[in-house]
Design a protein around this ligand. Structure first.
Ligand code: ADP
Length: 608
């Protein structure tokens, strides 16, 4: 039965909307829409549970009156059936309602809400441009996605599971109390009024303190991610492991936490005082009524039971309210970043890219990353189908920018880029990137198996094709010797985050194997062999020429010997194309390329 409850909703449906709302309540509404049937059922169970709870309190009073008015000998004969029915209610109906509510909220609602929200956020974040990811730390984005999910689910759960039940309980008590004796509703109404007045006073303070705590928490996470990711720099820094900046961020977080706890204790103390007032007021008042003969003894008992119960519930309510505002604070902290609209989207009319030869054309393309300078400046470049060009230029000349624009990692600020006469903005991003194989300098791998890194995550690729690709990339020598921490070996071994367990050269060889395996008609090599030693490079060059044979190729390399033999060399300087021709032509004309070549062949690459 419990398993079926979990299946009441499919967290992977519906597909994510492109831009989730950045405001808290609309965001929650959207996330909860697929669970509305579960929410309705849970609210019905809550109402029934609350009604039974309240009624039982009043039955306590009635029972006292019944016992006072009868003798032990007559009790069973006169009230037997009533007692059996109440016992059945207590033993069967109450636990059933309670379990129903718990299982709806904790099995059908909570895991589905969490997975659904996290999945949709993950899909949304994945849709962000590469430029968007470069503005923040990957670890912080990851922690924002998980914390936002926890906060959103926590807020929804608190409202559904606790606040709705407590609300119904209080309204029910008030109603039954007034039905018994309208005068007894006065202390209760007074208590409710004071309770909400205290809430109105403390909640905004709690909210501010919680938001401040959340933002110092985020800053701290950012610091930890940055520190651990750059551990070499930290270890070698002048301050070593006792870095004053870290200490400052920890201290900020500590101060914000202390402030939050002070507000929390103030709230708890006020609620305790209010609870005491309620108990003394309600019980004292009902005793006074009993003294004047205006109320039966049972009413005193019911008042006592109710005030003690309401005290417990008020504490519960308080925890729920503080948890809710903690969650809302966390949501307000993370939503503006995570729910940012997608910068690069597929046009509504986007079609799949159709490749006829792989011709790439840049027409008057400029991109300065939103600044005045840097990037590319009015570049026109026509790469016919099947041509292989080498892209050369000093660091910062704009080589990676050019490649990033073709891949649509960024949208060019002006100008157009076409592939086989189709504007890359008019085709789907998936189809565009599907037709381009990229091997880049850092060749970071995913923490998955070697085989999955070679296939790019596509299932059902024959193992012999994978080993063949590895052989071509000269990776078949080291892959069989790999073994990860859990004992998986060879192609099944996991490579560690970003492939940290492998050397730069090994990572590049795996990335090259992936490029060999794909059938993409356009190949981009961004310093693809920079981490290889001369021996591995020589081993790969031959097969590299083989896979380049029928493809359009853009190769960026600092080591000019690796691109000198290509059809054409394009030299970039300060974002503009300054030289364009074959290796021999550029050497004859003289210029940046000829200078670089002279420098390199006279230096460490004399063999070329
Ligand atoms: P190259 O690949 O030739 O070394 P890039 O294309 O990486 O050069 O960089 C060209 C220019 O664009 C540089 O001035 C660099 O500062 C700037 N640039 C590159 N990436 C970004 C970015 N994500 N945001 C802002 N400016 C950038």
């Amino acid at each position: 039965m419990f398993r079926r409850l979990g299946d009441l909703a499919d967290p992977f449906l519906p597909d994510p909307p492109h831009n989730p709302p950045t405001r808290v309540w609309p965001f929650l509404k959207l996330q909860l829409r697929p669970l509305r049937h579960i929410i309705t059922a849970s609210l019905l169970f809550s109402a029934a549970s609350a009604a039974v709870e309240v009624w039982l309190i009043f039955y306590t009073g009635q029972l006292v009156d019944t016992l006072a008015a009868t003798t032990p000998a007559r009790l069973w004969a006169e009230h037997g059936l009533e007692l059996v029915l109440v016992a059945a209610l207590f033993l069967i109906l109450r636990p059933l309602l309670w379990t129903g509510r718990e299982s709806l909220d904790d099995i059908a609602f909570r895991p589905n809400a969490a997975t659904g929200t996290r999945w949709r956020l993950h899909r949304h974040v994945l849709g962000q441009s590469v430029g968007w990811f470069r503005k923040d730390l990957a670890g912080r984005i990851a922690s924002r996605v998980t914390e936002l999910t926890t906060a959103a689910t926590g807020a929804a759960y608190t409202v559904l599971h606790t606040l709705s039940f407590v609300g119904m309980y209080i309204v029910g008590s008030f109603w039954l109390m007034s039905a018994q004796d309208i005068r007894l509703a006065i202390p209760l109404a007074l208590w409710i009024g004071l309770y909400f007045a205290v809430m109105a006073y403390v909640v905004p303070r709690y909210r501010r303190a919680s938001q401040r705590h959340q933002s110092t928490q985020s800053a701290l996470t950012g610091l930890l991610v940055d520190t651990y990711a750059n551990i070499d720099t930290i270890k070698m820094s002048a301050t070593g492991t006792d870095d004053p900046e870290s200490r400052r961020r920890f201290a900020d977080n500590h101060t914000a936490h202390l402030r939050l706890q002070r507000v929390e204790v103030t709230i708890n103390a006020s609620m305790m005082a209010l609870g005491t007032i309620l108990t003394v007021g309600l019980v004292g008042y009902s005793i006074a009524l009993w003294q004047t003969g205006a109320a039966p003894l049972g009413l005193v008992a019911a008042s006592l039971a109710l005030s003690l119960r309401v005290n417990g519930i008020a504490e519960w309510l308080l925890d729920a309210v503080t948890a809710l505002f903690g969650c809302l604070g966390a949501m307000r902290e993370h939503l503006p970043t995570i729910a940012q609209p997608l910068e690069i989207t597929d046009a509504p009319t986007a079609t799949d890219l159709t490749i006829t030869g792989g011709a790439i054309r840049l027409h008057d393309v400029s991109h300065h990353y939103g600044k005045e300078t840097g990037g590319l400046d009015r570049v026109c470049l026509n790469i016919p189908a099947g041509q292989k060009i080498g892209l050369v230029g000093r660091s910062g000349a704009g080589k990676s920018t050019l490649v990033n624009l073709i891949l649509r990692f960024f949208d060019a600020e002006s100008g157009t880029i076409t592939i086989d006469d189709q504007n890359i903005r008019a085709v789907t991003q998936d189809s565009l990137r599907h037709h381009i194989a990229l091997v880049s300098q850092d060749a970071s791998l995913l923490h998955r198996s070697v085989a999955a890194n070679i296939t790019g995550g596509v299932d059902n690729i024959d193992r012999t094709r994978i080993t063949e690709a590895a052989r071509k990339a000269a990776a078949d020598g080291f892959i069989p010797t790999l073994r990860d921490a859990t004992g998986r070996t060879g192609y099944d071994a996991h490579v560690g985050e970003r492939g940290v367990t492998l050397s730069g050269g090994q990572r590049q060889r795996i990335a090259l194997a992936r490029a060999f395996l794909t059938e993409a008609p356009i190949l981009v090599l961004d310093e693809a062999t920079s981490a290889l030693d001369s021996e591995s490079e020589a081993a790969i060059q031959e097969t590299l020429s083989e896979i380049m044979a029928d493809k359009t190729v853009i190769a960026i390399a600092h080591r000019l010997s690796t691109i000198a033999h290509l059809d054409r060399i394009v030299v970039l300087d300060e974002g503009r194309i300054v030289e364009d021709g074959s290796h021999d032509q550029l050497l004859t004309t003289g210029g940046i390329y000829a200078d670089l070549w002279k420098h390199q062949s006279g230096g460490f690459l004399s063999s070329t």
